[in-house]
Design a protein around this ligand. Sequence first.
Ligand code: NAD
Ligand code: TYD
Length: 352
Amino acid sequence: MSKTIIITGGAGFIGSHLVRLFVNKYPQYTIINLDALTYAGNLENTRDIEEKSNYIFEKANILDAPQLEKIFSKYNPDGVIHLAAESHVDRSILSPLDFVYTNVIGTVNLLNACKTLWGQSGNYEGKRFYHVSTDEVYGALGDTGFFTESTKYDPHSPYSASKASSDHFVRAYHDTYGLPIVISNCSNNYGPNHFPEKLIPLFINNCLNKKPLPVYGDGLYTRDWLFVKDHATAIDAAFHHGKNGDTYNIGGFNEWRNIDLVKLLCKLVDEKSGRPAGESEQLITYVKDRPGHDRRYAIDASKINKELGWKPSVTFEEGLSQTIDWYLANTEWLNHIVSGEYQAYYSLQYNR
Ligand code: NAD
Ligand code: TYD
């Protein structure tokens, strides 16, 4: 069946993998990538699909409600998959209002655009607003336990507070106006095209350039890592087969303490770039902790596994190895980001 789907944030990290998956897997769909191209948006991420006949790029800001209305009436989408966001915790500590604008108000603008367009026909048959969210809305865990879909929201950073708020608005539009929605809350992603401000791509880039690897606090913070292409297949499953109004947690049952992950990353970079064993580890530098730093995240992804049959396709070692290979083969992409027009944003990073 043909469908028109707007994917917001499709020039970013996860969005570009999702757009590619949909454009290639569903040639009968029209995929509109709606993105403002902020510092994190990069059309190099979608270069390989831009000539496909079922792909359209629309440069638009989700804060511009009249522009959204025009785009929605032009394309008359059946579905929206919403990823556009400010996504970095450290930036949210420096500039929380940007997160309120994009993540909260931008999301409400999109909900309004859907409600206006789809409400005209008086029935929401075949329509769906899919909201891509994070496990960080659940707060922090101690040494044991997992976040489930019924874990109470308890966000700590301005980033997670803004995502929690947007999740609540999406549910409110479902409960109040009957808008068909699905939400997924995913753990930390990694993979190709990841902007080098987050732990894994920053550390790969710093290793390659023999710069210090700034480990926050004691390095014993724990994250649950998922390969970005596996996140994209999970969204595909939940967008098409998830239950209206429902939430799905997405994760790989793959917890790593930061310091252990960083040591593995250093070992792989040394092996792949022909350096003496142990050379990159010398770059590890413990720095001041992030304020409000959540100790541990871990997702219970059994619901999406049991109900939709989704599971990750790669182990962490395979995914990390593929990721490092990609960065080694795409130094032009990386250099472009850390120089020129991106420099001002890149150097804004917290703690450096
Ligand atoms: P990203 O920062 O790489 O990309 C965000 C994209 O959104 C960029 O292309 C940017 O240009 C666009 N954008 C930002 N503000 C916009 C605006 N006002 N209007 C239109 N476009 C705008 O982010 P990401 O890591 O790919 O994350 C995508 C989504 O997934 C986010 O909603 C994030 O909260 C969620 N998420 C991310 C992770 C992760 O580990 N990265 C994990 C779980 C959930
Ligand atoms: P990050 O990639 O920013 O993702 P999030 O904060 O959304 O989980 O950080 C992952 C973990 O790595 C987190 O515990 C913070 C830590 N970290 C560092 O120790 N040093 C760094 O330079 C960065 C960016 C993160």
